[in-house]
Design a protein around this ligand. Structure first.
Ligand code: CAA
Length: 240
């Protein structure tokens, strides 16, 4: 039986690689995006994966969007909370708006994505919740007090959900990507990025597909005893 998967922020970067991988695994996939219509159209043209536009920071929009996906594609078995943004600044320069935008999208957005699908997963006694956290939630990062707080928060979310969902056949796990070759990392000033690559024993950025492989593993029917775990994929940059 084909599983239905929802990937937020699923038309670009790591999310797009995850959506494609889950489709290759045989899932019926829906991907969300926040604003870039052109990229979403190109993604659907390339992959045939349906896309939906909503702001994960808004609970009502998320709930309505998810209801529409379930109507169009089917009850969601696998949810990948991937959508995220950065608003980097050293703490002494970070504005309350930079703090709030990142918290609203990266942390509240995870709640807004999982909460509407959770009751259905409980009823059907099956679910795979996967949150895309970050190496920077594990180790902290200069200029990312806001982002690191959300990514560390993700790990609290999955460890708590794992305990609540276990008896209902639902697992909740996180993937912590290191620095991956996406637009987000390419937006870091080149000199800083080069110095970051110098700290990665693998000597290179990761590829989005290397994160998608982790998600594919956690999403599988046979991964039911892996619950509350974090997979780090960071080229040996940091060990927990
Ligand atoms: N550690 C220590 N010092 C650092 C530093 C670091 N990692 N990065 C910058 N600095 C220092 C600089 O050397 C500079 O010091 P001096 O003033 O003595 O020269 C100072 O901090 C920079 O201060 P500025 O006031 O000039 O900083 P700015 O307001 O221009 O901000 C920045 C610059 C936003 C911090 C920029 O350097 C930057 O974007 N850094 C990268 C942050 C980062 O790694 N973000 C991760 C994005 S990718 C991601 O988030 C995906 C994921 O999950 C991994």
């Amino acid at each position: 039986m084909a599983r239905t998967a929802l990937v937020t922020g699923g038309t670009r970067g790591i999310g797009a690689a995850i959506a494609k991988q889950l489709k290759a695994d045989g899932c019926d996939v829906a991907a969300t995006y926040a604003g870039n219509d052109e990229a979403a159209k190109a993604f659907t043209d390339e992959t045939g994966i349906k896309t939906y536009k909503w702001n994960v920071a808004d609970y009502d929009e998320s709930a309505a969007g998810i209801a529409q996906v379930e109507k169009d594609v089917g009850p969601i078995d696998i949810v990948v909370a991937n959508a995220g943004i950065t608003r980097d600044a050293p703490f002494h320069k970070m504005t309350p708006d930079q703090w709030r935008e990142v918290i609203d999208t990266n942390l509240t957005g995870v709640f807004n994505t999982i909460h509407p699908v959770w009751p259905g997963m409980r009823e059907r006694k099956f679910g795979r919740v996967i949150v895309i956290s970050s190496i920077n939630g594990q180790k902290g990062q200069f200029a990312q007090v806001n982002y690191a707080a959300t990514k560390a928060g993700d790990l609290g979310i999955i460890k708590s959900l794992a305990q609540e969902g276990a008896r209902a056949g639902i697992t909740a796990n996180a993937v912590c990507p290191g620095y991956i070759a996406t637009e987000m990392v390419m937006a870091v000033p080149e000199k800083v990025r080069e110095s970051i690559i110098g700290q990665i024993p693998a000597g290179r950025l990761g590829e989005p597909e290397e994160i998608a492989r982790c998600v594919s593993f956690l999403a599988a029917d046979g991964s039911g005893f892996i619950n509350g775990s974090t997979i780090s994929a960071n080229g040996a940059q940091f060990f927990v």
